[in-house]
Design a protein around this ligand. Structure first.
Ligand SMILES: Cc1ncc(COP(=O)(O)O)c(C=O)c1O
Length: 374
C-alpha cells in the first residue's frame, strides 16, 4: 500500500471487485468514455448504496450544463422562472397549466396533500407502501386506516373500497407500489379510482410510472382530465436521475391544485427548474436510464432464480425478494460485504428490497448475496 492512502486503496479494490464481479457473471460490456461523460454513472463507493431506489446515473451532461449555466440566477426567487417548465409538463401530460403544482420533490406533494385533505378524518392506505404522506398526516391528527396487502402482495382494492366511509378524507394508492414493485391491473385500478373518487379524494403516487413495461398502461392523469377527484404525483428523482436536485409535481383539477399549491413550502429552485427542462429534452439519457435499469434488474432476478429465491415481478428500479432471513440481520451481513440494502418493511420482515445500481454495483450485490446466503 506504499504511496497509496487507505481510502484510495479501498476505492481501487472496490472498483477492481466490481469489474471482476461483472466478468464472473458474464457481463463484459462496460461504459465507453463518451457514455460516462454523457450519462454520469456514480463512482463505486466503499459501501454501495442500493437502499433508496436512486438512479445510479445522472444528472446527465445536458442537465449539468443547464444547471451550471444558470447558476448566476441563484439570487432570484424561482417562481418567475417556472413557467416554461410548467408548460413543458402540461404538454407532456396533456393537461392545462393550472392543473400542475410544482414541488421540490414529490415527498413535499405527498405531505402537502396529507395535510390539506387528511385533517379531521382518515386516510386509507395499504401497508407496506411509501409512508411519507401517512407519517406526516398522523402528526396533524389524521387517523390512518391501514389495510394489509392482499395475498398476492397487491393493494387490496376490494377491502379499501369496503372501508370507505363518511370518515374517509382520502385514499392513498402507490402504483407501482414501493416496496413490492408490483403494478395493479389497468382496468381494475381505473374502475376503482372512478368509483371511489366519487366518494373521497384518491391519490395515485406514480413515482415509478416510467419504468412500467406493460404497453399503454394508463396513468390516472386520464381521470384528472375527465374531472374526477384524483391527484397524481410524479417525480424527477427516478428515471431522470435528479433525486438530489429535488423536483416533482402534482396533477389535479384546478380547484384541488389551487388548494394544494397554497400549502407548498418547499418550492422548486432555479437549478431544479433548469435541470428539469433539460431532462425533459434529453431523450438519450431517458432511454439509456431505462435500458440500464432493465439490464440490472435482469441481473438481479437471474441471480435470485439461480438461488431459488422468490421475488415479485417488478415494474420499477428495484426488486423485492424473499430472502428468508430477518432483514435486520441480512442488512448487517450485506453491509459487512460493502452493500447497503433496503430497510425493513414490516410485516414482511424476511423480504428484502434491492435497488438497481450500475451494472458493476449490481454484480457486486449479486456476489455479496451469494456469499451471505449461499
Ligand atoms: C413511491 C414513492 N413516492 C415518492 C417518492 C419520493 O420521491 P421524491 O424524491 O420525488 O420526493 C419515493 C422515493 O423513493 C417513492 O418510492
Amino acid at each position: 500500500m506504499e504511496g497509496l492512502s487507505r481510502r484510495t486503496w479501498l476505492k481501487k479494490a472496490t472498483l477492481g471487485g466490481g469489474l471482476a464481479a461483472l466478468a464472473s457473471q458474464g457481463v463484459i460490456t462496460s461504459l465507453s468514455a463518451e457514455e460516462r461523460r454523457k450519462f454520469n454513472p456514480r463512482p463505486l463507493e466503499d459501501v454501495i448504496q442500493l437502499s433508496s431506489n436512486e438512479n445510479p446515473f445522472g444528472p446527465s451532461e445536458s442537465m449539468r450544463e443547464a444547471m451550471s449555466s444558470h447558476f448566476d440566477l441563484g439570487c432570484r426567487y424561482p417562481w418567475k422562472y417556472n413557467e416554461e417548465l410548467v408548460e413543458m409538463i402540461s404538454k407532456k401530460e396533456g393537461v392545462p397549466a393550472d392543473h400542475i403544482v410544482m414541488v421540490a420533490g414529490s415527498t413535499e406533494g405527498l405531505k402537502v396533500t396529507g395535510l390539506t385533505f387528511g385533517r379531521g378524518g382518515e386516510i386509507i392506505s395499504c401497508a407496506p407502501t411509501f409512508l411519507a404522506m401517512m407519517n406526516y398526516a398522523e402528526l396533524w391528527d389524521t387517523e390512518i386506516n391501514w389495510v394489509p396487502l392482499n395475498k398476492d402482495h397487491d393493494f387490496d382494492l376490494e377491502e379499501i373500497e369496503k372501508r370507505v366511509s363518511f370518515e374517509t378524507n382520502l385514499v392513498f394508492l402507490c402504483n407501482p407500489n414501493n416496496p413490492t414493485g408490483k403494478l395493479l391491473p389497468a382496468d381494475k385500478v381505473k374502475d376503482f379510482c372512478k368509483t371511489v373518487s366519487q366518494k373521497t379524494v384518491v391519490f395515485s403516487d406514480e413515482a415509478y410510472y416510467d419504468y412500467i413495461s406493460e404497453p399503454n398502461y394508463p396513468s390516472m392523469v386520464q381521470l384528472v382530465k375527465e374531472g374526477y377527484d384524483v391527484i397524481v404525483s410524479r417525480t424527477f428523482s427516478k428515471v431522470y436521475g435528479l433525486a438530489g436536485i429535488r423536483l416533482g409535481y402534482l396533477i389535479a383539477k384546478p380547484e384541488i391544485a389551487k388548494k394544494l399549491s397554497e400549502r407548498v413550502v418547499a418550492n422548486t429552485n432555479i437549478m431544479a427548474i433548469e435541470a428539469g427542462k433539460a431532462a425533459l429534452k434529453d431523450d438519450e439519457f431517458y432511454k439509456f436510464s431505462l435500458d440500464q435499469t432493465v439490464k440490472a434488474r435482469k441481473m438481479i432476478t437471474d441471480t435470485l432464480d439461480e438461488m431459488n429465491l422468490e421475488y415479485l415481478p417488478s415494474n420499477t428500479n428495484f426488486v423485492f425478494f424473499h430472502s428468508g432471513r430477518d432483514i435486520t440481520k441480512l442488512n448487517e451481513q450485506m453491509l459487512a460485504k460493502g452493500v447497503r440494502i433496503g430497510r425493513p418493511f414490516p410485516p414482511l420482515n424476511d423480504w428484502c428490497r434491492i435497488s438497481t445500481g450500475t451494472l458493476e454495483e449490481t454484480a457486486m450485490f449479486n456476489q455479496a448475496l451469494k456469499e451471505v446466503l449461499g
